[in-house]
Design a protein around this ligand. Sequence first.
Ligand SMILES: NC(=O)c1ccc[n+]([C@@H]2O[C@H](COP(=O)([O-])OP(=O)(O)OC[C@H]3O[C@@H](n4cnc5c(N)ncnc54)[C@H](OP(=O)(O)O)[C@@H]3O)[C@@H](O)[C@H]2O)c1
Length: 318
Amino acid sequence: MDYKKVLITGAEGMVGKALQNILPTSKYNVISLPSSQQLDLRDRNNVQYCFNFYRPHYVIHLAAKVGGVKANTDALSDFYMDNIKMNTNVLEAAHLFKAEKIISLLSTCIYPDNANLPLTEEQIHNGPPHPSNYTYAYTKRMLEIQARSYNDQFNNNRFVSIIPNNLYGKNDVFHLEKAHVIPAIIRKIYEAKQKGDDITLWGDGKQLREFTYADDLAKLILMILEKYNKTESMNVGNTNEYSIKFIADVISKIMNYEGKIIWDETKPKGQFRKPSSTKRFKTFLLLEKINFNFISLEDGLKETCKWFEEMYPHIRGI
Ligand SMILES: NC(=O)c1ccc[n+]([C@@H]2O[C@H](COP(=O)([O-])OP(=O)(O)OC[C@H]3O[C@@H](n4cnc5c(N)ncnc54)[C@H](OP(=O)(O)O)[C@@H]3O)[C@@H](O)[C@H]2O)c1
């Protein structure tokens, strides 16, 4: 049997590892690209060589320079250059070497700062993104443009863009300054518990955010690979909203942390809420007769904390 070749960029990252775990090898020949140290996708020659060598049928483009607010703000030009080069090279090669389907990941954090809520897909380009991560946001918006332009010019729907909300899970980056909110809280609580310290978190903890477990996103990517063939980008993910304080309390409980959580209200709080609309995604599930249940936040956090405790300190960013 001739298996379809699925090439994953960023395969060693959080979503990449989750995807490798669930892609059925009985059906696909999975090509997992290594980390940036071994194959730098910012280099056009590397990317062209790799696509020429593997000639993948499907491409799942996950590689990106990703980080929390501080990482983005501290390195705006690095986030711009790394991501614009990687995205341009990968999509160009997928086009030149005639991949049949290419899935790219955008992010709900790239929506305009003053978008109407809930965030709907047609608003992506409607105004400036938040100043803290504007370079990451514009490169993701250009990724959507590049994908759409191939579809429009060559009259097909091979390039699909999906827009996940905040992700968390095993194999995330747990760097104290570069991490996203959930991994940062997990690490702070774990280390404070070892030392008998209290922890300090930014803001007042009241902000509401949506979170999707990386393993759930991996399952959705597989579904989209097999069933979604439209140019229109699509918000995907679990749209339940939770306050940062609630998350910190759940993690404290899971990790049996009894120290204090101090909220530093002098630090930026961010927008109060940024809910996304998954109307398009729900219509897709309905049309395809797919019944999808997201893992609860509590269970996703339990799995993530358990993994973290077992792996510590051999974890990205530590
Ligand atoms: N995490 C979130 O909350 C979130 C939310 C929405 C959308 N997304 C999107 O989802 C996708 C996956 O995110 P993730 O959280 O899984 O990120 P991640 O864990 O940081 O993984 C990203 C992967 O990209 C690789 N990469 C970075 N620069 C590279 C380069 N120059 N050449 C080759 N590979 C490179 C990284 O390798 P190294 O480790 O070697 O650098 C890593 O394996 C990304 O496109 C991201 O923008 C993420």
